[in-house]
Ligand binder design. Structure first.
Ligand SMILES: Nc1ncnc2c1ncn2[C@@H]1O[C@H](COP(=O)(O)OP(=O)(O)OP(=O)(O)O)[C@@H](O)[C@H]1O
Ligand SMILES: [Mg+2]
Length: 429
């Protein structure tokens, strides 16, 4: 068995693709949880399951049966190459969910399918090989072996698989390179900071080149700055290696930052699954909305979501025609022959120029407007919006594709807050 595993080992740089692919370009779904229930207690398949299946909530089931609902009717699928984040408060079932994927937990009911295989049916050597070769795991408080050097720790999984020493050390050094710790290969864990130790944990998971990474609160113990760094590094690594990552966190900011999609859990149930943008702009329930209110939305919402069609002023218009054309907008652009914004007319400038006795459009135009891309985030354009002049949204060829009104940015930032207010009104009044 050990030898079969060793023969299948492939060093992970073999699969690295050149160039940056579009992040939205994910493969097929390779992890499925289907109607998964997990009940903790003496008789998990008894009355507690029956109640959970009838839709009775976690607290109620616990009160009536003294059984704990870990998961109730959980459904989600993870696509190859995506970072799928499960987010929820303590006790919401995140760890329970991730543990069903490698069968650290049996499920009480439902199905877990990974790469076409029914995980629940795996046993013994098959299960062991599946865990070792397909999955890498990183936990919040994972332990490094204190008496092993860093490189020995990182290569441990391969050692267990029977990979020869030089080969597994090569792989471990490469994995350490990915997390920026090559030069610490011969150090011992107690010589490293907490953040560095967590990096070693990530390297250990990467060393055996698994298709799937399971990360349970992997960065939660780190202080915010180091944590952001780790998130960045992980995303960079992901860009290269295209692993499928199931990432667990109780921090919505982290979830929205790194997740291609985010699954929000509460009391063992899935509340919403969506892209960070969807979670922010269309929270499915008041519960999600409440989470969302603490989040810095500007980081996630992109310009194209709130820009409006340009409707430019004709180059041949007079100043008074231009003023009329602007209407109640913050301003309108004038285009050059190539369709690029050449100037912007705001109501204030038009009135000022006509006050000076002019009716020539060019006397009211200003050219010191800001320019951005449709995919820029609101945070990136926020400072420019402070000037109160419309921002020109241009495509890669510099052509005007949208008009971004500074007022719309402010409105958008306030929108989720009002959603929450509405929700509270509905519930409490
Ligand atoms: N082995 C167990 N025996 C009994 N109950 C358990 C067991 N493991 C988890 N639970 C219960 O299942 C529920 C979900 O726990 P889980 O550990 O999945 O939560 P979590 O979302 O990972 O929380 P945290 O953020 O604190 O890690 C909780 O109510 C917990 O008490
Ligand atoms: Mg947990």
């Amino acid at each position: 068995m050990e030898h079969a595993a060793a023969a299948e080992f492939r060093p992970f740089f073999g699969g690295v693709s050149e160039g940056v692919e579009c992040m939205a370009d994910f493969g097929e779904e390779i992890i499925h949880l289907r109607n998964v229930y997990k009940i903790f207690g003496d008789q998990p398949r008894g009355r507690a399951l029956e109640l959970a299946k009838a839709g009775v909530n976690k607290n109620e089931v616990q009160a009536r049966t003294n059984h704990v609902v870990g998961l109730t009717d959980v459904n989600f699928s993870v696509r190859e190459g995506e970072i799928f984040v499960v987010m929820g408060l303590s006790g919401s079932g995140k760890s329970t969910a991730i543990r069903t994927v490698n069968k650290l937990h049996d499920v009480t009911d439902g199905e877990v399918i990974v790469e076409g295989e029914d995980v629940q049916k795996m046993t013994g050597a098959t299960l062991q090989a599946f865990r070792r070769q397909k999955m890498g795991m990183v936990f919040q408080h994972f332990a490094l072996f204190p008496h092993r050097s860093v490189v020995e720790n990182v290569s441990y999984g391969l050692e267990v698989q029977g990979v020869a020493r030089s080969e597994r050390f090569d792989a471990a050094i490469r994995a350490l390179g990915l997390v920026g710790l090559e030069s610490y290969a011969n150090s011992y864990p107690d010589e490293l900071s907490g953040g560095m130790q967590q990096r070693v944990g990530l390297a250990r998971a990467l060393a055996s080149d698994p298709d799937i990474l399971l990360m349970d609160e992997a960065f939660s113990a780190l202080d915010p700055l180091i944590r952001r760094q780790m998130q960045d590094e992980m995303m960079a690594i992901q860009n290269d290696l295209k692993k499928t990552i199931l990432f667990i966190t109780h921090d919505l900011n982290e979830a929205l930052r790194i997740g291609d999609r985010v699954c929000i859990m509460k009391d063992g149930a899935v509340v919403q699954i969506g892209t960070p943008e969807e979670i922010l702009t269309k929270p499915a329930t008041g519960y999600v909305a409440e989470f969302v209110q603490d989040v810095d939305q500007g980081r996630v919402i992109q310009v194209h979501e709130i820009m409006v069609t340009p409707d430019p002023v004709s180059q041949t218009a007079t100043l008074s025609e231009g003023l009329q054309h602007v209407g109640d907008r913050a301003g309108a652009f004038v285009l050059d022959a190539a369709g690029a914004p050449a100037g912007v007319l705001t109501t204030g400038d038009a009135i000022r120029a006509s006050g000076m006795g002019s009716n020539r459009l060019e006397d009211g135009l200003r050219t010191d407007f800001a320019v951005c891309k449709p995919t820029d985030t609101l945070n990136e354009v926020y400072a420019a919006a402070g000037r109160g002049i419309p921002i020109a949204v241009v495509d890669d060829d510099g052509r005007l594709v949208g008009n971004l009104d500074p007022r719309h940015i402010m409105e958008e930032m306030g929108r989720v807050e009002s959603l929450i207010d509405d929700f509270e009104r509905e519930v409490f009044m």
